[in-house]
Design a binder for this molecule. Structure first.
Ligand SMILES: Nc1ncnc2c1ncn2[C@@H]1O[C@H](COP(=O)(O)OP(=O)(O)O)[C@@H](O)[C@H]1O
Ligand SMILES: [Mg+2]
Length: 353
């Protein structure tokens, strides 16, 4: 059995310092607001990720805002870190889909290695969940469809993400002000480029990814990983979005073992309003064996789309139903009170008025 190296960086996200805290800049003296990297100017810190620190920046030649990601100083002595860091740019360039972030440039200077990306307004899905908890079911289904479309395009381009999680998903408000949010997949930093001619970017046996969302084979049999690990992780993300809970909690080892051995509680056990088809799909996406999962992201799109359509149909029926007259409503209130359901009756009465 291969020995797994645990990527503790991905575990530290929730403990990471507040990106707006100036002390973050203090211990990274090379990267402070105003620093120039080639023709890119650093403006302000945005977030701290597993591999790099992300800043708002400016492309001084084109005069536009960009996002600049710098490889963490702690990777300085790690020879494989820079090619892995740049792999994100190559993976993103391969996909070129509106659901991924565009990477414009990358390079290394004395002071460090950097990626230049399209700047995304809005916030990460991780930040959103932290603020709002679980999301409405219809919203989860819509986000799931967008994510599955994007990942289908990635898989078609021969790229497996391998680290899908809420902090690697960004919600971008429609600049036209429609209120719609676009969903972007970020951080192809540990993506696997299939049939890549370059040197291997991870050693065999490396365990990369984030335990809460990680398919069992990523820990226990990494050489067999294929696109279905992203299906598993997307299942875990949808589980969290719809229930407010990650599927498994505990110590790192307990979480990893749970992914391999334990059945998650069905999402519907947290909320009976979760449609059975969504409940079943999420559990199937999280099947322990790859063969038990939907075969492709296209299949996930199609199943989520039918769940969405059934939801629309049910909504239409509700909207089309004739409202009760006040007299009929009062009869229902009387009936409920007669059954001893006084509080339910009063709440119903309040909804009528
Ligand atoms: N292009 C971008 N525009 C705005 N914010 C970004 C952008 N890219 C990343 N971020 C923010 O930075 C965080 C870390 O970025 P990520 O690419 O996941 O880095 P890491 O590889 O270090 O995990 C994300 O969760 C997101 O909040
Ligand atoms: Mg990340």
């Amino acid at each position: 059995m291969s020995t797994a190296r645990i990527d503790t960086d991905s575990l530290t996200l929730s403990l990471a310092s507040d990106p707006r805290d100036d002390t973050v800049l203090d211990h990274r003296p090379a990267i402070v607001s105003g620093t120039m990297f080639g023709h890119y100017r650093v403006l302000e810190p945005l977030a701290d990720g597993g591999m790099g620190m992300v800043f708002l920046g400016e492309d001084t030649r084109l005069g536009r805002k960009v996002a600049l990601k710098f490889l963490h100083q702690r990777f300085l002595g790690d020879a494989s870190a820079v090619p892995r860091f740049f792999a994100e740019a190559l993976a993103a360039a391969r996909i070129s889909h509106p659901g991924t972030v565009s990477v414009f440039d990358y390079g290394s200077l004395d002071t460090g290695s950097y990626l230049v990306m399209e700047y995304l307004a809005g916030e990460s899905l991780g930040a959103r969940i932290e603020r709002e908890g679980r999301l409405p079911i219809a919203r989860v289904v819509a986000i799931g469809i967008e994510l599955a479309h994007t990942l289908a395009a990635a898989h078609e381009a021969g790229v497996i993400h391998r680290d899908l999680k809420p902090s690697n998903i960004h919600l971008v408000p429609d600049p036209a002000g429609s209120g719609h949010e676009f969903v972007k997949v970020l951080d192809f930093g540990i993506a696997k480029l299939l049939a890549s001619k370059g040197p291997p970017l991870t050693q065999q046996g490396d365990m990369l990814g984030t335990p809460f969302y990680m398919a069992p084979e990523q820990t226990f049999d990494p050489s067999t990983v294929d696109h279905r690990c992203d299906i598993y992780s997307l299942g875990c993300v949808l589980y969290q979005l719809v229930t407010g809970n990650v599927p498994f909690r505990g110590s790192l080892i307990e979480i990893l073992m749970a992914h391999q051995r334990l059945k998650p509680m069905p999402p519907s056990s947290f909320d009976a309003a979760i449609p059975p088809a969504l409940d079943a799909l999420i559990l199937r996406m999280m099947a322990k064996s790859r063969e038990g999962r939907p075969g492709s992201m296209a299949e996930v799109v199609s199943e989520l789309s039918s769940i969405q359509e059934s939801g629309h149909r049910a909504e239409g029926k509700l909207a089309g139903a004739q409202p009760l007259s006040l007299r009929q409503g009062m009869a229902v209130v009387g009936f409920l009170v007669g059954l001893g359901l006084v509080e339910v009756g009063l709440r119903y009465l309040a909804s009528l008025l």
